[in-house]
Design a protein around this ligand. Structure first.
Ligand SMILES: *[C@@H]1O[C@H](CO)[C@@H](O)[C@H](O)[C@H]1NC(C)=O
Length: 462
């Protein structure tokens, strides 16, 4: 995954709250989302889960009244003279999921709408986490020797957008136990982290990230604080109707979990991209980038004009949960047909159709990319992250840093598109400009449904 951004400012409602206190102006009711746990042989049982909106999108106001702690992309310096005081003075409030954020669920289906004009704000994109059946903590997944499957409808998801489904090594309680000033926890969507070590989080480890905050110059709802928040990330699906990538990313020195970074450890500037804790590039399998430009897209072999089923298998060295992660396999099902993943067609590379350390090494070499995935432990490290449990994230976002060109167009733009690895999708270089997508594609929507999890071969008809 590449840079992320987004969010929302709320003007006024009335008051309730926890900044990381809890507000009470709007009750917090998680939209229900059912999913299935399957057993060998294919019998599945329904799990009643729910989704919670990330805390960064929420109204943040004084614990005493409705005064905003954060408006647009700036902090109130009276309520937030420093990060700790801010966390004590400010409360996160409940969310109107459909009215403010364009998030709706029905049965096993979740719909995320890109731009939602509510009574107090215009919301851009969203990010939600799957809660466990108790509705108090995030559902933790260990996919080793298992298979994870879902359906996705991207027929209304154009170039420049990313409807993402992925796992990150967040704490199950949203970091509540390890941070005294975080009274909100998973119920309010706290504790996010990923391999980009994002600086746009308003709170990290129960402290406001207000120190050194720089409002974004092209995003009126976002900014960056001094600190970033890092952890392992397994991108099962980053996609729009014109392209898709599956990408493991790992970090070192984080004991596998969420870790605050500052300075070089965050890997921020281009000069230090590969010096940080985490592997920002990951080891991506994007069929178009790997040489099969006719595999996935509107009217292609995997036809994104209609719903597709995405199956991802995590094979280990011993074919047991305790083995070392060796291979991530992808296949698709559409109209009752199982479609095998595309094969790589890159000069100098053997033909691969799955992610293994051998694939990653060959791809980095063929494309001349820095191998920051293997440097941080590669597939085995990704497996260790899952052994500790990872949280399921679903999000819809546009890209204020790189226009999503790394997913669906040519990237970087200063290299010839004929250089191996540069062409990643058929989208135009200008298509992902946030101004354009936000003004012209506000109705863009991604629908994730029918999530199934179980032993290899148990989650799809074959
Ligand atoms: C794991 O399963 C695969 C596929 O069935 C098989 O080829 C392989 O030999 C098995 N590995 C072990 C260690 O049992």
């Amino acid at each position: 995954m590449f840079p992320k951004a987004s969010l929302l400012s709320l003007a006024l409602l009335t008051v309730g709250a926890l900044g990381q206190q809890v507000g009470t102006q709007q009750s917090e009711t998680h939209p229900k989302l059912s999913w299935s746990k399957c057993a060998a042989g294919g019998s599945c049982t329904t799990q009643q889960g729910s989704v919670v909106l990330d805390s960064n999108w929420r109204w943040l106001h004084s614990t005493k009244d409705t005064t905003n702690c954060y408006t647009g992309n700036t902090w109130d310096t009276t309520l937030c003279p420093n990060g700790i005081t801010c966390a004590q003075n400010c409360a996160l409030d409940g969310a109107d999921y459909s009215g403010t954020y364009g998030i709706t669920t029905s049965g096993n289906s979740l719909s995320l709408k890109f731009v939602t004009k509510g009574p107090y704000s215009t919301n851009i994109g969203s990010r939600v986490y799957l809660m466990d059946t108790s509705d108090s903590k995030y559902q933790m997944f260990n996919v080793l020797n298992q298979e994870f499957t879902f359906d996705v409808d991207m027929s209304r998801l154009p170039c420049g957008l990313n409807g993402a489904l992925y796992f990150v090594s967040m704490d199950a309680d949203g970091g509540m136990a390890k941070s005294t000033n975080n009274k909100a926890g998973a119920k309010y969507g706290t504790g996010y982290c990923d391999t980009q070590c994002p600086h746009d989080l308003k709170f990290i480890n129960g402290v406001a990230n207000s120190e050194g905050w720089e409002p974004s110059d092209n995003d009126q709802n976002a900014g960056k604080g001094k600190y970033g928040t890092c952890c392992n990330e397994m991108d099962i699906w980053e996609a729009n109707m014109n392209g898709a990538a599956v990408t493991p990313h790992v970090c070192r020195g984080t004991s596998g979990g969420q870790t605050q970074c500052s300075g070089i450890d965050c890997g921020d500037s281009p000069d230090h991209r590969y010096d940080g804790l985490c592997d920002k590039d990951g080891c991506d399998f994007n069929s178009f980038r790997m040489g099969d430009t006719s595999f996935l897209g509107p009217g292609k072999t995997v036809n994104t004009n209609s719903k597709i089923t995405v199956v991802t298998q995590f094979l280990t060295s011993t074919n047991t949960t305790s083995g070392t992660l060796k291979e991530i396999r992808r296949l698709y099902v559409q109209n009752g047909q199982v479609i095998q993943n595309s094969k790589t067609k890159i000069s100098g590379m053997s033909s691969y159709d799955s992610i293994t350390d051998a694939f990653c090494n060959a791809q980095k070499q063929a494309f001349g990319d820095t191998n920051s995935f293997e440097d941080r432990g590669g597939m085995a490290a990704m497996g260790q992250a899952f052994a500790k449990g990872m949280v399921l994230v679903m999000s819809l976002w546009d890209d204020h840093e790189a226009g999503m060109l790394w997913l669906d167009s040519n990237y970087p733009l200063d290299k010839s598109p004929s250089t191996p690895g540069v062409a990643r999708g058929a989208c135009d270089a200008a298509s992902g400009d946030p101004k354009t997508v936000e003004s012209q594609h506000g109705d863009a929507t991604v629908v994730f449904s029918n999530i199934k999890f179980g032993p290899i071969g148990s989650t799809y008809a074959h």
